[in-house]
Design a protein around this ligand. Structure first.
Ligand SMILES: Nc1nc2c(ncn2[C@@H]2O[C@H](COP(=O)(O)OP(=O)(O)OP(=O)(O)O)[C@@H](O)[C@H]2O)c(=O)[nH]1
Ligand SMILES: [Mg+2]
Length: 303
């Protein structure tokens, strides 16, 4: 019996799946989807393989949409906007996230959470995919965010999350602006920094977050689109930019209510960021046996 038929209050779940050349992985991912999901939205990034045809063949009712710019973050934003269910589940298409875990996340929402955040680093979770460099970077970046927001995130950069659709406006994601003419066409938040951006905005708005243990598997076919160092630096910049955004909003709200604004520990933060950049550089050199060439993949922050 499905969750929806055994529990009348079970919400309608929209599964949002960003895809970039994932035709060979989709059969594994779709096979693990719970029987009663309300809709499956594939947000494609102009794949040059058979991703869309395979998705339609596997599931004739799939909704396929094209993203408006480039990057996983933009794809997710487009998917969130298109979703019509009560709950949105973000699921990667490479076989690393198990859609069979979705009911566990939904349970956390039904127990009172606004946002169910996957974690590989809690009892019951794990990963056979994460490298030493990524684990270390993730832990350091998470520590900075926890310091900024007073959160207790154990896994900042994990992409498996489920949340109530009514909170999409809080995320304040821009899907309509044209791609930038400079750089690689991504705007801020369009890349792999999206998870960090979401978690920081959710924390800044005071939503209730429940961490849900999740297991990450290695990608089944194909190669990762993520670069631990350049994307790690985008995450780092996101933390700084989002921190400022949250402070601005917090200040204007407090001003509106007539309360005094507490000081932000900016110096400590800058020291931590600098230390983190140095550590990423050293670790990249150790892991790849050559110094890091950042090239043009790290764009300037917005503003
Ligand atoms: N639509 C769209 N999807 C993307 C884009 N980049 C990545 N994706 C998808 O986002 C998901 C995660 O991308 P991956 O390349 O697996 O990156 P990752 O999971 O962070 O890194 P690994 O752990 O190394 O696999 C996959 O489903 C990709 O197909 C993009 O530019 N557009
Ligand atoms: Mg992956």
């Amino acid at each position: 019996m499905s969750q929806a038929s055994s529990n009348p209050s079970w919400p309608r779940v929209s599964v949002v799946i960003p895809t970039l050349n994932e035709a060979r992985n989709l059969p594994h991912v779709f096979a693990r989807l719970p029987a009663d999901v309300y809709e499956v939205i594939v947000v494609d990034g102009h794949s040059v393989d058979d991703t869309i045809a395979v998705a339609r063949q596997l599931r004739p009712d799939v909704r396929v949409i094209q993203q408006t710019r480039r990057g996983k973050g933009n794809a997710l934003a487009c998917g969130f906007e298109a979703a019509t269910g009560d709950v949105i589940a973000m699921v990667d298409a490479d076989g690393s996230a198990d859609p069979g875990e979705i009911p566990r996340f939904v349970d956390a929402l039904l127990s009172g959470a606004d946002f169910a955040k996957g974690t590989r680093f809690a009892a019951g979770g794990g990963s056979t995919d994460i490298t030493r460099l990524r684990r270390f970077g993730n832990r350091m970046l998470g520590a900075v965010v926890n310091l900024c927001h007073g959160t207790r995130y154990s896994d900042l950069c994990y992409g498996y999350n489920v949340f109530w659709q009514k909170h999409v406006p809080v995320l304040d994601l821009d899907v309509t602006s044209p791609p930038s003419r400079r750089g690689d066409g991504r705007l801020w938040g369009d890349g792999f920094e999206i998870e960090t951006l979401l978690h920081m905005r959710v924390a800044a708005e005071g939503l209730r977050v429940a961490e849900v243990p999740s297991f990450e598997h290695p990608r089944i076919h194909g190669v990762s689109n993520l670069n631990a160092v350049s994307d790690g630096l985008r995450v780092l910049t996101t933390i700084v930019v989002e921190r400022r955004r949250a402070s601005r909003r917090h200040r204007s709200r407090r001003r509106a209510s007539g309360a005094r604004t507490p000081a932000v520990p900016a110096r400590e933060l800058i020291h931590m960021e600098m230390a983190l950049v140095r550590m990423l550089y050293v670790l990249h050199t150790i892991e790849h046996g050559r110094p890091l060439a950042l090239g043009s993949r790290v764009p300037p922050p917005p503003g």
